[in-house]
Design a protein around this ligand. Structure first.
Ligand SMILES: *[C@@H]1O[C@H](CO)[C@@H](O)[C@H](O)[C@H]1NC(C)=O
Ligand SMILES: *[C@@H]1O[C@H](CO)[C@@H](O)[C@H](O)[C@H]1NC(C)=O
Ligand SMILES: *[C@@H]1O[C@H](CO)[C@@H](O)[C@H](O)[C@H]1NC(C)=O
Ligand SMILES: *[C@@H]1O[C@H](CO)[C@@H](O)[C@H](O)[C@H]1NC(C)=O
Ligand SMILES: *[C@@H]1O[C@H](CO)[C@@H](O)[C@H](O)[C@H]1NC(C)=O
Length: 420
C-alpha cells in the first residue's frame, strides 16, 4: 500500500533531480547578473551619488502633456495626464562596458538606488502614477526614469469668458528638500521644443493645447535657493457645443423678448407672451446651471447676462408694468359695468314706481350726465396712462437694446480674443 503510493513520488523526485542536474543555465552565469551585482553590492542609496560633495547633481526634466482630464472651475482644480521624464547622472553606477560583455545599458530597481525628491508644487491630491519598478542606467552612469502621472493641481481658473476661455495653469517642479547647491534642475529638451510639442496630446477632448512654455528659476527662501522649473500649460476650450446649447437659445430668447416690445403696450396678448418668455427662460436657466462652470472669483459672462440680475430684472419689470397697466385698464371697465347696471336698475325701478314725475326725470338725467362725465374722466385718465406707459416702454426698450448690444460686443470681442 505505502510502496504503491511512494513509487510515483520517487519517480517524480528523480526526474526533478535529473532536470536540475542537466540544467547548466543559472542567473549567476549571466553578464547582467554580474554587472548588477557588481554595481549594487557596495551601493548606498542614502548617499547622493557624487564623489566630490561640492558638485551638485543636475536633474534634467522633460514633460509631455498627454491629456486634460478635468477642469474644475468651482474648486479651482486641474486634472491632467502627463508623461514625465527625469534624467540624472549617478557617479557610483558606471562601468567599463568592454569588461561586461559590451553591455551599455541595464535596468535596475528604482528602490535600490538614490533618486531625486522632485515634487510638483501645485499638487492637490495624491498623484496617481504607476509605480514603475525599474530605471535605465547606461555605462556612464546616466539614469533615466520616465513615468506617466495623473496630476491633480491647483490652478487659478478664469471663467468670465466662458465658453471662449483660455486657461493658463502651471506645473512647477522642484526638489522638496535639496537646495540648488545639492540638486539642480535643467531642461532635457530645449524649451522651444517643449513649447510646440503636441505629438502625444489627445485632440478629441473639450480642450485644445495651445502651448507649454517653461522657465527655469531659483526660488530664494530662508533655507537657501531652490531650483525650480515651471511649465505653463496654456489651453483653450472648444466652444462649439456651448454655442449650440447655451448661446444660441439665450440669444433667441432675448430676441423674442425684444420682439414683444413691438406689441402695443395695452394689448392683453403681450402679457401672456411675456409670461411665456419668462417661463421659457426660467426652464432654460435651470438647464443651463448644470453646464456653466461656476467659480467664486468670476461668473461667466454668458451666465451673468443670460441668467441673473439684468435680464431677469428687465423681464420682470416689463412684465409687472404690463400687469399694472392691464389692471388699471380693466378697473374702469369693471366699475363701468357695475355703474351701468346700477344706473339701469335704479332708472327702471324708480320709473316704474313713480312715472311721470318731472323731478324724477330730472334726477335721472342728472344721473346719466354724471355717468357720462365720469366716463369722460376715465377716458382721459386712460389716455394719460397710455402716454406714460408708452414712454416707459420706450425707455425700457432702449435700455434693453443697449444691454443686448453691449452683450453682443463683449461676446464678439471675447471670441476674437479666443481666436487670436
Ligand atoms: C571638489 O571640487 C572643488 C571644486 O570643484 C575643488 O576645489 C575641491 O578640491 C574638490 N574636492 C575634492 C576632495 O576633490
Ligand atoms: C575598459 O576595459 C578595457 C579592457 O580591459 C580597457 O582596454 C579600457 O581601457 C577600459 N576603458 C576604460 C575607460 O577604463
Ligand atoms: C549615457 O546616456 C547619456 C545621456 O543620454 C549620454 O550622454 C552618454 O553618452 C551615454 N553613455 C554611453 C556610454 O552610452
Ligand atoms: C501664463 O502664466 C505665466 C505666469 O503665471 C506667464 O508667465 C505666462 O506668460 C502666461 N502665458 C500665457 C500664454 O498667457
Ligand atoms: C493632435 O493634433 C496635432 C496637430 O494639430 C498633431 O500633431 C498630433 O499628432 C495630434 N495628436 C494625436 C494624439 O493625434
Amino acid at each position: 500500500m505505502l510502496a504503491s503510493v511512494m513509487a510515483p513520488l520517487w519517480a517524480c523526485i528523480l526526474v526533478a533531480a535529473g532536470i536540475l542536474a542537466t540544467d547548466t543555465h543559472h542567473p549567476r552565469d549571466s553578464a547582467l547578473y554580474h554587472l548588477s551585482k557588481q554595481l549594487l553590492q557596495n551601493y548606498h542609496k542614502e548617499v547622493r551619488p557624487v564623489y566630490n560633495w561640492t558638485k551638485a547633481t543636475t536633474v534634467y526634466l522633460d514633460l509631455f502633456v498627454h491629456a486634460i482630464l478635468d477642469v474644475d472651475a468651482e474648486n479651482q482644480i486641474l486634472k491632467t495626464s502627463v508623461w514625465y521624464r527625469e534624467v540624472w547622472n549617478d557617479e557610483f553606477l558606471s562601468w567599463n562596458s568592454s569588461l561586461f560583455d559590451e553591455i551599455r545599458e541595464i535596468s535596475l530597481p528604482l528602490s535600490a538606488i538614490w533618486a531625486p525628491d522632485i515634487i510638483i508644487n501645485e499638487f492637490m491630491d495624491v498623484e496617481r502614477s504607476l509605480d514603475l519598478p525599474y530605471v535605465y542606467v547606461n555605462s556612464s552612469g546616466t539614469i533615466e526614469n520616465s513615468k506617466p502621472i495623473q496630476v491633480v493641481s491647483a490652478c487659478s481658473l478664469e471663467t468670465y469668458a466662458f465658453p471662449f476661455d483660455v486657461q493658463n495653469c502651471s506645473l512647477t517642479f522642484k526638489s522638496i528638500l535639496h537646495t540648488v547647491e545639492d540638486v539642480d534642475l535643467a531642461f532635457l529638451r530645449s524649451p522651444e521644443d517643449i513649447k510646440r510639442d503636441k505629438k502625444v496630446f489627445l485632440n478629441d477632448s473639450e480642450w485644445e493645447l495651445l502651448s507649454v512654455s517653461s522657465t527655469y528659476s531659483i526660488l530664494q527662501s530662508s533655507a537657501g535657493g531652490f531650483a525650480q522649473i515651471q511649465f505653463n500649460v496654456v489651453m483653450r476650450r472648444h466652444p462649439l457645443v456651448y454655442v449650440v446649447s447655451l448661446l444660441i437659445p439665450s440669444i433667441f430668447l432675448m430676441l423674442v423678448d425684444l420682439g414683444s416690445f413691438y406689441m402695443p403696450p395695452n394689448c392683453q396678448a403681450r402679457i401672456v407672451f411675456k409670461t411665456s418668455v419668462l417661463v421659457g427662460y426660467t426652464v432654460f436657466r435651470v438647464n443651463m446651471s448644470n453646464q456653466v462652470p461656476r467659480s467664486v472669483g468670476s461668473t461667466p459672462l454668458i451666465g451673468k447676462s443670460a441668467s441673473s440680475a439684468s435680464w431677469h430684472g428687465f423681464l420682470v419689470s416689463s412684465l409687472s408694468l404690463q400687469s399694472i397697466v392691464l389692471v388699471k385698464f380693466l378697473h374702469p371697465w369693471l366699475t363701468q359695468g357695475v355703474f351701468l347696471h346700477h344706473a339701469e336698475s335704479s332708472f327702471y325701478g324708480e320709473h316704474l314706481a313713480q312715472p311721470g314725475t318731472l323731478k324724477e326725470i330730472w334726477s335721472q338725467l342728472q344721473c346719466i350726465s354724471n355717468y357720462l362725465q365720469t366716463q369722460d374722466q376715465t377716458d382721459q385718465q386712460e389716455a394719460e396712462w397710455l402716454v406714460l406707459l408708452s414712454r416707459f416702454d420706450r425707455l425700457l426698450f432702449r435700455s434693453y437694446l443697449f444691454m443686448l448690444g453691449l452683450y453682443t460686443i463683449t461676446l464678439c470681442s471675447l471670441w476674437a480674443l479666443w481666436g487670436g
